[in-house]
Write a protein that binds this ligand. Structure first.
Ligand SMILES: C[S@@+](CC[C@H](N)C(=O)[O-])C[C@H]1O[C@@H](n2cnc3c(N)ncnc32)[C@H](O)[C@@H]1O
Length: 256
């Protein structure tokens, strides 16, 4: 396994990504992911859905609300903690790498890969794997960091020295130096937009996911379109999250 993937596994094992909470309430809200909901509404009854990079399984309840039953979901994540927790909830979950999926060709009617491709060492390789496991005519939904959003330049690109020290020298000191600034900024934004602060565990998980993550590629529409063209797919529609930080695409898989 390459360095980036090894590091991502260690990071997401320790800081599992799923619910981001304001006390007992979830900050991540279904209403803010309208594009994903639109995609779920397009899925035919009885379809087999693969969630690649499923994290702690935040979206499972939403899939059920849209008529996708537990037995029709296959989930995969790099972190064994996430996979074990999902198995305990009765899901068919697998530990694996998005760039080398342990699934046969064409097993999925639709594949979802939310917030994952940008963290992989080779996103196009992961995209190709999503296409391989999705049947011809099936649908894919991907969401990635939007390269035109200034947030990711500030939180990811500009923090490179801290991340370098974190992975190559010492994990504690760069975290102590940077986290208070991240926390103050994110908590202020959360308070202004949601009327309450995020819990500390969620804030740290977000910090690790967005700042200390070993890799965060940024994406434009044209990059996604190129991936689609090169792998025989068609982008049906692009979308954004409420604050335009994430770019998403609904893609139809076409295989010769
Ligand atoms: C930001 S979280 C998103 C989780 C979930 N999709 C969600 O929306 O709540 C990113 C997830 O991608 C997983 N991940 C990162 N690199 C991966 C890879 N190469 N293969 C599989 N999963 C990966 C991490 O373990 C983590 O759970």
């Amino acid at each position: 396994m390459d360095d980036v993937t090894e590091r991502a596994r260690a990071l997401y094992d320790k800081y599992r990504f799923g619910d981001i909470r304001l006390g007992a309430e979830k900050v991540r809200s279904r209403r803010e992911d309208r594009h994903l909901l639109k995609f779920l509404a397009m899925i035919p009854a009885g379809a087999h859905l693969c969630d690649i990079g499923c994290g702690a399984g935040y979206w499972m309840d939403v899939y059920h609300e849209y008529g996708v039953h537990k037995e029709n979901i296959t989930a995969l994540d790099l972190s064994s903690g996430n996979v074990d927790a999902l198995r305990q909830r009765g899901y068919s979950a697998f530990c694996g790498n998005a760039m080398d999926l342990p699934f046969a060709d064409d097993i999925a009617d639709c594949a979802i890969c939310q917030g994952v491709l940008h963290h992989t060492q080779a996103p196009e390789r992961a995209f190709e794997e999503l296409v391989r496991i999705t049947r011809s005519g099936g649908l894919m939904y991907i969401s990635v960091y939007n390269q035109w959003h200034p947030y990711f330049y500030v939180v990811h690109k500009a923090t490179f020295p801290f991340r370098y020290l974190y992975w190559n020298w010492n994990k504690t000191l760069p975290t102590i130096a940077l986290y208070p600034f991240f926390s103050a900024a994110i908590q202020s934004i959360t308070y202004l937009t949601k009327g309450s602060f995020m819990d500390r565990k969620s804030c740290m998980a977000l910090f690790m996911d967005q700042v200390m993550t070993p890799r965060a590629h940024l994406f434009s529409r044209s990059r996604i379109r190129k991936y689609a063209e090169r792998h025989g797919c068609e982008v049906l529609e692009f979308g954004y999250t409420r604050w335009f930080d994430m770019l998403s695409a609904i893609i139809q898989v076409g295989k010769a």
